[in-house]
Design a protein around this ligand. Structure first.
Ligand code: CIZ
Ligand code: SF4
Length: 371
């Protein structure tokens, strides 16, 4: 390990080539021992995920964060995931995000002030009380801690793509209407699969007065979808499904629910990252899949399932869709974070404010109860 001065300088690490980092990463991880748990999201690159103690989707990793025994949780993922880990961790535990620039463009599409304004309009239209009698607010985990707290305080819940259907059913058992933030596609795909007609789902545009909706339209809707999306999954198009089917007859097309509705309708199945993995795992040898989700996961699926004689390609047959913010977590950033922790310096701590934590935790705990 380098001198303390070197340990503190991120710039120094950014110049290091990948191949010399492996030993240093292993050494730092060993030095920290049980004091650290490294959580790695499925969309992380191989050079990073190989150091994860647990890999998974937000749902699985949130559970691991809640169970982590050591002092440090190093989250190789994006900002909202590290926030959730901090909220679910025990007092005194420290959550670290190796690069603070690892955000999520979808989470950025909903700001707490915009959600508050939307809710005020819904209250004014007589659709709900301030406390959430009338509409159940649901936020996808890809949102800020402040929005999770907002939802928790109003009787709502956080969902992930793995339990969105259960969360929607839960929300509709409480109230006849839902506000679903921030991913319109996850909300629409899941709502439609549960039998809610498209006409009963409206899109709230936070940049237009009254969400761009007449009061009649708003009041007649069952689900109010926030106008947000994932720019990575948005790139999968219906013609990709047609092209891949024409090129590889018999191939199974499976896509993530962040993909647009037209793509999900053409696919054979829709699932969260854990769901997509399960579908491939359970398929008989010889099956081929075109998968519509982030390219690092698809490439890993291709390699790991080749041994079972299953073929996996990306749905976008050309280059695949990369989440550039997940990609920000590099082995250099991870090494910098771990070596600093091993030297007793906490870097890039993610700390959610106490007043936000309480209600955000309520909403996350409800999420973990809903399967
Ligand atoms: O929930 C997650 O981790 C995300 C962002 C996608 C998925 O389906 O796992
Ligand atoms: Fe956010 Fe999309 Fe990246 Fe997931 S893939 S972290 S939703 S930008």
């Amino acid at each position: 390990m380098g001198s303390p001065a070197e340990v503190c300088s991120l710039e120094h690490y950014l110049e290091l080539p990948d191949h010399i980092l492996e030993d240093r990463l292993l050494t730092a991880k060993q030095a920290l021992g049980r004091e650290v748990v490294i959580l790695g999201h499925h969309y992380q690159r191989d050079e990073v995920i190989r150091f994860a103690d647990f890999r998974g989707d937000s749902y699985k990793l949130s559970k691991e964060a809640g169970k982590a025994a050591g002092r440090y949780i190093v989250f190789c993922g994006v900002h909202f995931m590290a926030e959730s880990a901090d909220i679910l961790s025990r007092p005194g535990q420290i959550t670290v995000l190796p690069d603070l620039n690892a955000g999520c463009s979808m989470a950025d599409m909903a700001e707490i002030t915009q959600v508050e304004e939307c809710w005020e309009q819904l209250v004014r239209a007589g659709m709900t009380s301030e406390e959430g009698v009338g509409i159940t607010p649901i936020t996808y985990i890809n949102s800020t801690a402040a929005i999770k707290a907002f939802v928790g305080e109003r009787g709502g819940v956080v969902c992930t793509s793995a339990n969105a259907a259960a969360a929607i059913k839960w929300g509709l058992a409480k109230n006849s209407k839902l506000l679903f933030v921030p991913d319109q596609h996850l909300g629409r795909n899941t709502g439609f699969a549960l039998g809610i007609p498209l006409q009963e789902m409206v899109v709230w545009d936070p940049y237009i007065i009254n969400g761009g909706l007449t009061t009649d339209r708003l009041c007649s809707a069952k689900v109010i979808l926030w106008k947000g999306h994932c720019s990575v999954h948005q790139r999968f198009l219906p013609e990709h499904v047609d092209n891949v089917r024409a090129k590889y007859p018999g191939i199974r097309v499976i896509v993530h629910p962040e993909c647009r509705w037209e793509v999900s309708q053409k696919a054979d199945a829709v699932g969260s990252t854990e769901g997509l993995l399960r579908m491939i795992r359970q398929a008989p040898p010889g099956t081929s899949f075109a998968v519509g989700t982030e390219i690092h996961l698809v490439n890993r699926m291709r390699r790991e399932f080749a041994a079972e004689d299953k073929r996996v390609i990306t749905l976008d047959d050309y280059c695949g869709c990369l989440c550039s913010t997940m990609f920000r977590i590099s082995p250099q950033h991870l090494c910098w974070a771990l070596e600093n922790l091993a030297e007793g310096h906490v870097v890039n701590q993610i700390k959610v404010k106490d007043d936000v934590k309480h209600w955000a935790r309520v909403a996350l705990d409800r999420m973990l109860e809903i399967q």
